[in-house]
Design a protein around this ligand. Structure first.
Ligand code: NAD
Length: 352
C-alpha cells in the first residue's frame, strides 16, 4: 500500500529561452526596490548587464562569489548588502554564487531571486553551506530557498563543455540518490527519473555541439528537476563521499560527483533494485552503474579520482572519514567495501 510524505518547496519557477526579459516584473512581484546582484568575478559582465536591466531597482553588483562560500566572503557580502540597503539578492551564476546569496539570506531574511547558469541545482533547495576554518558546514533553512528562479537556457550557452558535462552529472547524482532516498516519495521519484532522462539525452549534444539551444534547454530542464529532488529528499552515500572528498581534499565539486557516481550506484545496486530499474530505463542502457560511467565517458568528463589530484596514499584516510557519521544509505556502510569503492574510483575502473 502506498504511504509517503511529500514536502513541496514553495518557490516560483519561470522557465524559457529569453526568460531573463521577465526579470523586472519578477523583482516587482517580490516587492523589491533595491536588488544586490551577485556573481563570481568571471561572471561580472553578466551581473552588470542584469544590474543595468534593473535600472533604479539595482543596488549594485557584488562579484566576489567563490566556491564553498568562505565565511569571510559571506561576512563581507552581508556588510555590502546592509550598507547598500538592499532588499533582495539577485544571484546570477552557479552553486557558488547562489550559495553566497543564501549566506546573506540566512542572517538578513533578504529574498533571493536566482538565475542559475549551471546545472548544479542549488536554486531549488533550502540547503546552505558555509566554510569556516577549512570545514564546510551545511544546514537547512527555509529562509535560504530562493523565492523566484528564472531559468533562461540562453544564459547557459557560454558554459564551456568541460564545465557543462560534469555539472550535468552532478545534477544526475541528485536524481539517482532521490530514487533510493529514505524519504523517497512518488512525486520526487517521477521528477528524478525524468531528470536523469533529460540530462542523459541532452548532455552528449550539449558537449558535442555547444551552440545547440535545444540541448541546453533540455539539460537545464533536467537540472531543475534534479534541484527539486535535492531540495525535497535526503541524499545518501554518494553525496557523503563527495562531501568528504571535496571538503577534506579540496577536489572540484562537479567533477568529483562525476567520478564517484557510477561507483556509489554499483555499491547500492543490490540494496535498491527498484531505483536501479528506473535509472537504467532513464539511461536507456543495460545497467545503471555501467550506464552512468559510459555517459561520463561519452561526454569527455573525468573518470578517475587520480586525474582530479587525489593522492592514492590518502584513500585509507578518506575511507575512514567517509564512514564516520554516515548518512542514511540503502546498503549498510562497510568500511572495507568503501575503501575498495574509492580504489576503483581512483583508478577510473568501469563498475561491474
Ligand atoms: P560554480 O558556481 O562554482 O561555477 C563554476 C565556474 O563556472 C565559475 O567560475 C562560474 O563563474 C562559471 N560559470 C557558471 N556559469 C557559467 C556560464 N553560463 N558561462 C560561463 N561560466 C560560467 O559551480 P557549480 O558546480 O554550479 O556550484 C558548485 C558549488 O555549489 C559547490 O560549492 C557546491 O557545494 C554548491 N552546491 C550547493 C547546493 C545546495 O543545494 N546548497 C547544490 C549544488 C551545489
Amino acid at each position: 500500500m502506498r504511504a509517503f510524505v511529500y514536502n513541496g518547496q514553495p518557490s516560483r519557477v519561470v522557465f524559457r529561452a529569453g526568460a531573463l526579459d521577465d526579470l523586472e516584473q519578477e523583482i516587482e512581484r517580490l516587492g523589491a526596490h533595491r536588488a544586490l546582484v551577485l556573481s563570481t568575478p568571471e561572471q561580472r559582465a553578466s551581473a552588470e548587464e542584469i544590474s543595468k536591466r534593473l535600472g533604479k531597482r539595482s543596488a549594485g553588483v557584488y562579484d566576489k562569489a567563490v566556491m564553498h562560500v568562505p565565511i569571510e566572503t559571506a561576512d563581507a557580502a552581508r556588510l555590502v548588502a546592509a550598507s547598500l540597503n538592499a532588499d533582495c539578492c539577485v544571484a546570477v551564476g552557479g552553486g557558488s554564487t547562489i550559495g553566497l546569496g543564501k549566506a546573506i539570506a540566512l542572517t538578513s531574511d533578504l529574498p533571493i531571486l536566482a538565475i542559475p547558469t549551471t546545472f548544479a541545482g542549488s536554486e531549488m533547495t533550502p540547503i546552505y553551506g558555509i566554510t569556516a576554518q577549512g570545514q564546510k558546514k551545511t544546514g537547512r533553512d527555509a529562509r535560504v530557498l530562493p523565492k523566484t528562479v528564472i531559468y533562461d537556457p540562453l544564459l547557459t550557452m557560454t558554459l564551456p563543455a568541460k564545465i557543462a558535462g560534469p555539472s550535468g552529472m552532478n545534477a544526475i547524482a541528485h536524481c539517482v540518490e532521490a530514487l533510493y532516498a529514505q524519504d523517497a516519495n512518488p512525486i520526487t521519484s517521477l521528477m528524478a527519473e525524468e531528470g536523469i532522462r533529460s540530462l542523459a539525452t541532452s548532455l552528449p549534444r550539449v558537449v558535442a555541439k555547444p551552440d545547440d539551444l535545444n540541448a541546453r534547454t533540455e539539460a537545464l530542464y533536467g537540472a531543475w528537476l534534479a534541484g527539486a529532488c535535492l531540495g525535497n529528499v535526503g541524499m545518501a552515500l554518494h553525496h557523503k563521499l563527495c562531501h568528504t572528498l571535496g571538503g577534506s581534499y579540496n577536489l572540484p565539486h562537479a567533477e568529483t560527483h562525476t567520478v564517484i557516481l557510477p561507483h556509489a550506484v554499483q555499491y547500492n545496486r543490490d540494496a535498491a533494485p527498484k531505483a536501479m530499474v528506473r535509472i537504467t530505463l532513464a539511461l536507456e542502457g543495460a545497467d545503471a552503474a555501467g550506464g552512468l560511467y559510459d555517459l561520463a565517458k561519452a561526454i569527455g568528463a573525468p573518470l578517475a579520482l587520480r586525474d582530479l589530484g587525489m593522492k592514492e596514499s590518502a584513500l585509507d584516510e578518506a575511507a575512514q572519514l567517509a564512514t564516520q557519521n554516515p548518512y542514511y544509505n540503502p546498503r549498510p556502510i562497510e568500511r572495507a567495501a568503501i575503501r575498495q569503492l574509492l580504489q576503483d574510483a581512483w583508478e577510473g575502473n568501469r563498475p561491474g
